[in-house]
Design a protein around this ligand. Structure first.
Ligand SMILES: Cc1ncc(COP(=O)(O)O)c(C=O)c1O
Length: 448
């Protein structure tokens, strides 16, 4: 039996075999893959386009989202280097920090995260919501720092913290923001292999993904390029801008030794214009869109990454549908949903949720239900109670129910709206008074 998580020797996909020397030697099995591809209904139909979603938000439970694919490689590298402590960084609701800390704990490593906070001197300002809730459950050490750039601010601070941990006899392993390094890159090269196995180029013309630190889009674009598929790869930015991301992806291309044959600008179309008020800041319009899109598709998106990207994709598709011009090379679009569900629980969206779908069932129930039978199943009279004989319960289950409910009262009623039979049962107390839940009042009063 293979006990989870386990380390495997990494086999580079066929299409990337010429990059074997650049690939990490091992990989952990942490993600629940392959993730499904399904139809993705938008809040309004977009004429001429069919939209699908690859559910990378379903790569796990607390380990869900795109980052776990990167961490399969990064944490394998940490294990190989005999690390016992992980140091990384992100925004206060960073999905990457949450997944890293939880996955590291599964591997018996501790995690220190540097979290950018608007009020770093107030420990209580982190609250208990979303990803922070899971950090507190997990026992992750959270270091609050001011908002600052990664290379000039966060990275040097992580290095100082790593030195301090080393001087305490620990063996720290530092992970770049978002896991977007040349090791994590392989997570989405490998995901492209999964998408080839799902025949994505056979029925999809364009793939769209969110870009936040660049590793996911880089892996998909490089995989797509190496495999020679005709799919067009798009990334919608939720921070920084296309130029900064192209520079980052070009560094990856250079690391892989591909810079004399291609460049980011040729293999990845980065779409700016949808970061709104800025990274992790939202407008009411964006939050309304998240609610509408989730209410139409049943697929929740998050306020920091995927919500903005799906909105961007939706607006761009509407424009192209109207004008015939735009970014998309064809009309079969696949959005790669990179997760972030816990960020949705940071409380921001609560004011717009409202209560228009909440009903008071107590009165409705009294009017809607018509009681048609009440019967008692006795130990001494096993067999078929009257109501079962009248076809209100399938015969194969009669014996089972008789045993289960002997000595109890069964009440059968019809739902007035659809005329389908339902049943409930009540226990009796020591004085044989019927104990029914409050919602069963009608059934009780109609007892023969
Ligand atoms: C939910 C979610 N989607 C997308 C991204 C962006 O991915 P990347 O950092 O690889 O660009 C992130 C992280 O930054 C994320 O947490």
């Amino acid at each position: 039996m293979n006990i989870h998580p386990r380390v495997l020797e990494y086999e580079v996909p066929e299409f990337a075999s010429r990059l074997k020397d650049k690939a990490p030697p091992t990989k952990l099995v942490l993600a629940m893959v392959p993730t499904p591809i399904q139809r993705f209904r938008m809040p309004e139909e977009i004429d001429g386009f069919e939209i699908f979603v690859k559910r990378d938000d379903m790569t796990g439970s607390t380990l869900s989202g795109n980052k776990i694919r990167k961490l399969e490689f990064i944490l394998a590298d940490a294990l190989e280097k005999k690390a016992d402590t992980i140091v990384t960084c992100g925004g206060i609701q960073s999905n990457f920090c949450r997944i890293t800390a939880l996955a590291a704990k599964e591997l018996n490593m501790q995690t220190h995260v540097l979290l950018r906070s608007p009020t770093p001197s107030d420990k209580r300002s982190v609250g208990n919501q979303g990803n922070v809730f899971l950090h507190k459950l997990n026992g992750t050490t959270m270091h609050l720092v001011k908002k600052q750039a990664y290379l000039t601010g966060l990275l040097p601070k992580m290095e100082i913290l790593s030195d301090q941990l080393s001087s305490q006899g620990l063996s720290p392993y530092l992970i770049a923001i978002g896991g977007s390094d040349t090791v994590g890159l392989w997570g989405y090269i490998e995901c492209w292999k999964e998408m080839l196995e799902q025949n994505v180029p056979g029925f999809i013309t364009d793939v769209v993904v969110t870009i936040g630190s660049g590793g996911t889009a880089a892996g998909l674009a490089i995989g797509n390029y190496l495999s020679g598929s005709k799919v067009k790869m798009h990334a919608i930015s939720v921070c920084d801008n296309a130029q900064i991301f192209h520079e980052h992806v070009n560094e990856m291309i250079e690391f892989l030794g591909l810079s004399n044959e291609t460049k980011s600008e040729d293999i990845l179309n980065i779409i700016d214009g949808y970061k709104g008020r800025g990274y992790a800041l939202n407008t009411k319009e964006e939050l309304d869109f998240i609610k509408a899109a989730s209410g139409t598709s049943g697929v929740p998106t998050d306020p920091v990454y995927t919500g903005k990207a799906v909105r961007g994709m939706f607006v761009e598709l509407q424009n192209q549908s109207r004008t015939g011009q735009g970014h998309f090379s064809g009309n079969k679009i696949l959005f790669v949903h990179t997760g972030g569900i816990f960020g949705l629980y940071d409380g921001q969206i609560e004011p717009i949720l409202g209560d228009s779908t909440v009903r008071d069932l107590t009165n409705g129930a009294k009017k809607a239900f018509r009681v048609v039978a009440v019967a008692e199943i006795e130990v001494a009279r096993p067999g078929m109670p009257d109501l079962f004989e009248r076809g209100l319960c399938t015969s194969s289950r009669i014996a089972e129910y008789t045993n289960l409910f002997k000595g109890e009262l069964i009440v059968v009623w019809f739902n007035a709206s659809n005329n389908l039979p339902s049943w409930t049962y009540g226990l009796r107390d020591s004085r044989r008074k019927l104990l029914l839940p409050a919602s069963s009042t009608v059934a009780y009063t109609a007892k023969p």
